[in-house]
Design a protein around this ligand. Structure first.
Ligand SMILES: [Zn+2]
Length: 292
């Protein structure tokens, strides 16, 4: 009985504390933490558009410069690749309601090599990464923290490292936000994306093969922007890869030169919608940890 009462109390507290984005009150300061530039488009764009529209002040911190995607274009020059990504990220933030972005711990502290290894997030000591996130939370003092879910949205090792770092940071002493959420994809939307990919680009495999998605019952929170505002998410995607957000399907095969997880996620949003983000709860401080 006592345990039931306690559970009810916590649940009531949870409802009170998560008031905000859908009830018209201001969510105040929101900190979004991601591994790479462009994760803010795929993982949390609907949420940041909605929260900013309700008066929230949205801060984004990225751990790496997302250098990998542009290294070839800049002949392996990491600094120039990072600068070009930063310009894309600035334009993306302008579209998605993010008023302030910076690197989690300075430019070049971690880099995106396109694989695991020295200098990457996945290759970092988890305690070092968690301490960097902890310091960032203490500096910004957000009411809400957003990142990716436990499987790293797409299974990317850097994304998983980022999720683990946020979860660990929230268990360390310091500023406690009221709520923290990890963005997830649904397995049935990924299956629909593969079916769409097969129809649209029949002669090319699409995606890395590591994007699985979660079961429907993993969703504990949904954040939506208006359908009209979802075009901003497509435009933000175009900032990184022209046309990836907006080309009609029949142009994608001819006009894109990469057929990775970014394209798979475009198909996943086409197969579901562009104005919804889904989240699992990340527990804060000494709250009960989920048993699964
Ligand atoms: Zn990423």
């Amino acid at each position: 009985m006592a345990a039931d009462a306690e559970r009810r109390r916590r649940f009531t507290l949870f409802i009170v504390m998560t008031s905000g984005p859908n009830d018209g009150s201001s969510p105040d300061r929101v900190l979004v933490i991601h591994a790479h530039p462009d994760d803010e488009v795929f993982a949390t764009a609907a949420a940041t558009i909605a929260l900013a529209g309700q008066g929230g002040q949205i801060f984004l911190r990225v751990a790496t410069g997302g250098e990998a995607g542009l290294l070839a274009a800049y002949h392996g020059d990491v600094v120039r690749a990072r600068a070009a990504r930063a310009a894309q990220l600035t334009r993306s933030c302008g579209l998605l309601g993010i008023s302030d972005w910076d690197y989690l711990a300075g430019a070049g502290r971690w880099i995106d090599t396109g694989s695991e290894g020295v200098g990457t997030l996945a290759g970092e000591d988890p305690a070092v990464l968690a301490a960097a996130v902890r310091a960032c939370i203490d500096r910004i003092e957000p009411m809400m923290v957003l990142t990716v879910d436990r499987v790293g949205l797409t299974g990317h090792p850097d994304h998983i490292a980022m999720h683990n770092a946020v979860r660990s940071a929230l268990a360390l002493p310091g500023w406690l936000p009221h709520e923290a959420w990890g963005a997830l994809l649904l397995g049935r939307h990924i299956a629909a994306a593969h079916a769409l990919a097969k129809a649209v680009v029949p002669h090319r495999p699409v995606g890395s093969g590591r994007v699985q998605g979660r079961a429907d019952d993993a969703v504990e929170r949904v954040m939506t922007c208006s359908r009209e505002d979802a075009h901003r998410r497509r435009a933000a995607l175009d900032e990184y890869t022209p046309g990836l957000g907006t080309f009609p399907h029949h142009d994608l095969a001819q006009r894109l030169d990469r057929f990775g997880d970014s394209l798979l996620l475009r198909f996943a949003m086409d197969a579901s919608d562009w104005h919804t983000d889904r989240f699992e709860r990340i527990h804060i401080g000494d709250e009960d940890q989920p048993s699964r």
